[in-house]
Design a protein around this ligand. Structure first.
Ligand code: NAP
Length: 292
């Protein structure tokens, strides 16, 4: 039965600049539902674990109707759940929690959101590969978002390389997808390694899955200094503040196209909202709510 007013929240730390309350307020308005979306800052310590378990009980009892999870709890929350969706198992991280059929379930809407934005914005038009040589994406960073993007691209038949400043993290990510037809290639996020890799001219997508370039360090780029961007690549920066990051500016200067992470942020929130309410909110209304 539909509640008179929905109660959603976001667990994470810190949460000061989260756009999620505005996104979900717009989503609720767009389907004519009442409700609230609260920020629930919980630091990563022992008391934080107790606070999260309390919130999960509220989800189980129906006091809360949905929770989002962000850094640093996306992975640590998993053992307290009854069920993980296949994408959550594959990525090892949940960003959306709900209670259905008596089970607390963890989902990950980042991976489908990334893929949906590539499709809906027409970014995959004209990108082709062959069975032996599928399109190749280079992901910068090897944390939670890089796992979601790797899963999304691999499931769409792409091959993927992951470049991280810590090789062990890049190898760990590659190991997570060792069962894929073509497991990710781990790389060092260094000029020589990246330069050698992109020289083949096969890279058609670059994804920034590091926080580099995010305000207030807006002038920092994850791309190695002095190295040209691959001439055929589309550049997807998961950072959305500022709207044009240093990486996107460099892409534009090189005559390449790119987008920031705002459409993905909207889509992952819309997919979470669909999990919680069964209704499809207006993506445009959500985008307008955070673009102003
Ligand atoms: P995460 O799990 O903390 O991973 C961050 C990755 O970036 C790690 O590999 C980290 O390496 C690397 N990194 C951090 N600082 C670096 C530096 N100075 N130089 C090189 N590498 C560095 O974070 P995440 O959840 O994957 O998020 C990554 C970014 O994506 C964030 O900016 C986040 O806001 C954004 N994001 C956007 C969306 C969206 O919807 N648009 C969704 C998810 C994430 P170390 O482990 O060595 O620090």
């Amino acid at each position: 039965m539909k509640p008179a007013a929905y109660s959603f929240g976001l667990i994470g730390y810190p949460l000061g600049h989260s756009l999620s309350p505005r996104l979900h307020a717009a989503a609720l308005r767009s389907v004519d539902l009442a409700g609230e979306y609260r920020l629930l800052p919980i630091p990563p310590n022992t008391e934080g674990g107790d606070a999260i378990r309390d919130l999960l009980e509220q989800l189980r009892s129906g006091e809360l109707h949905g929770l989002n999870v962000t850094i640093p709890h996306k992975q640590s929350v998993l053992p307290w759940l009854d069920e993980l969706t296949p994408v959550t198992r594959a990525t090892g991280a949940a960003n959306t929690l709900f209670h259905r059929n008596g089970r607390l379930t963890g989902d990950n809407t980042d991976a489908p959101a990334f893929l949906t934005t590539l499709h809906t914005l027409g970014l995959l038009n004209g990108v082709t590969g062959t069975e032996n040589e599928p399109p190749l994406g280079l992901i910068l960073g090897a944390g939670g978002a890089a796992r979601a993007v790797s899963h999304a691209l691999l499931s769409a038949g792409w091959s993927v390389a992951v470049a991280a400043r810590r090789m062990d993290q890049a190898r760990q990510l590659a190991g997570k997808f060792a069962g894929a037809l073509q497991p990710p290639a781990p790389l060092a996020l260094e000029p020589e390694a990246i330069g050698g890799f992109v020289a083949s001219n096969r890279v058609v997508l670059i994804v920034n899955a590091t926080p580099l370039g995010m305000s207030p360090q807006a002038e920092v780029s994850p791309w190695p200094t002095g190295l040209s961007l691959p001439s055929r690549a589309f550049v997807y920066d998961l950072v959305y503040n500022p709207p044009e990051t240093a990486l996107l500016r460099a892409a534009r200067a090189a005559g390449l196209t790119g987008i920031n992470g705002l459409p993905m942020l909207v889509e992952q929130a819309a997919l979470a909202f669909e999990c919680w309410t069964g209704l499809s909110p207006s993506r445009q209304a959500m985008l307008d709510a955070v673009r102003t």
